[in-house]
Design a protein around this ligand. Structure first.
Ligand code: ZN
Ligand code: FE
Length: 255
């Protein structure tokens, strides 16, 4: 039986997610942005959480760690490099470590950039990855703790996942990201089509996530450093991939 996933909004624009393994009956929470909507999702689904997978230390991802731990006695997993900043952490993980939800393996992918210790959680047998504030739909996280070449390598790692991999992200930033993406890649027909779909989803009050690695590689400028049209638009035909990425990130910061 397939993994079951419940996605919902927290705070202003954070996503909360519950991941349920029907075989074992176990449930993981991906990040804990806000207690109340998470409790409502637990109530709605009837899934009792046993595991909390923390991607990074920012307050809008760990706020409810301690209260959820108190109520459900769940195990909190988080990045080794940020363990001092993750409330209630029980198990620190690093690149390649495998955590389990029932029998399902979850591989830890270190993706420094947004923060130095940020990790993504890859349910590789299910083809689902949780990228939090590293990769967004049509965007990527701001570089608070690392320089562009570090984030570039992290995003590159994500592009090596199978194209059909389903991607859940930390925030609903897609509308603003689409506007920026069109400014650097205005003739990309897949991007234009997607921007229209996004408008419709948001007008209907629906989330624009999840996405897929393949969809992002076709439309997300932060993964399209190799693209000759984007390079020409930036006047960077001969630059390295990492330089093109850095320029796009810089433009987004001031957009
Ligand atoms: Zn963050
Ligand atoms: Fe965040």
């Amino acid at each position: 039986m397939a993994l079951q996933i419940e996605q919902f909004m927290c705070r202003a624009d954070n996503f909360g997610v519950l991941v349920h393994d029907p075989q074992s009956g176990q449930t993981a929470i991906i990040d804990a942005p806000e207690e109340r909507p998470i409790l409502e999702a637990i109530e709605r689904t009837g899934w009792t959480p046993t595991l909390l997978l923390t991607t990074h230390h920012h307050g809008d991802h760990v706020e409810a760690n301690l209260t959820l731990k108190q109520q459900f006695n769940l195990e909190i997993v988080g990045p080794e490099r940020e363990k001092a900043k993750i409330p209630g952490i029980d198990r620190a993980v690093k690149e390649g470590d495998v955590v389990r939800l029932g029998d399902r393996p979850i591989r830890v992918i270190e993706t420094p950039g947004h923060t130095s210790g940020h990790v993504c959680y890859h349910f590789f047998e299910d083809g689902v990855v949780f990228t939090a504030d590293t990769l967004f739909a049509l965007g990527c996280g701001r570089l608070f703790e690392e320089k562009p070449p570090v984030m570039f390598q992290s995003l590159k790692k994500l592009t090596e996942l199978p194209l059909e991999t389903v991607v859940y992200c930390g925030h609903e930033y897609t509308a603003a990201n689409a506007r920026f993406a069109l400014s650097v890649d205005p003739t990309n027909s897949a991007l234009k089509k997607r921007a229209t779909e996004i408008e419709h989803l948001l007008a209907d009050g629906k989330p624009t996530l999840p996405t897929t690695i393949g969809n992002e590689m076709a439309t997300n400028p932060f993964l399209r450093w190799h693209d000759p049209v984007i390079r020409a638009n930036l006047g960077m035909e001969d630059a390295s991939d990492a330089e093109v990425f850095a320029e796009i990130r810089k433009r987004k910061d001031v957009a």
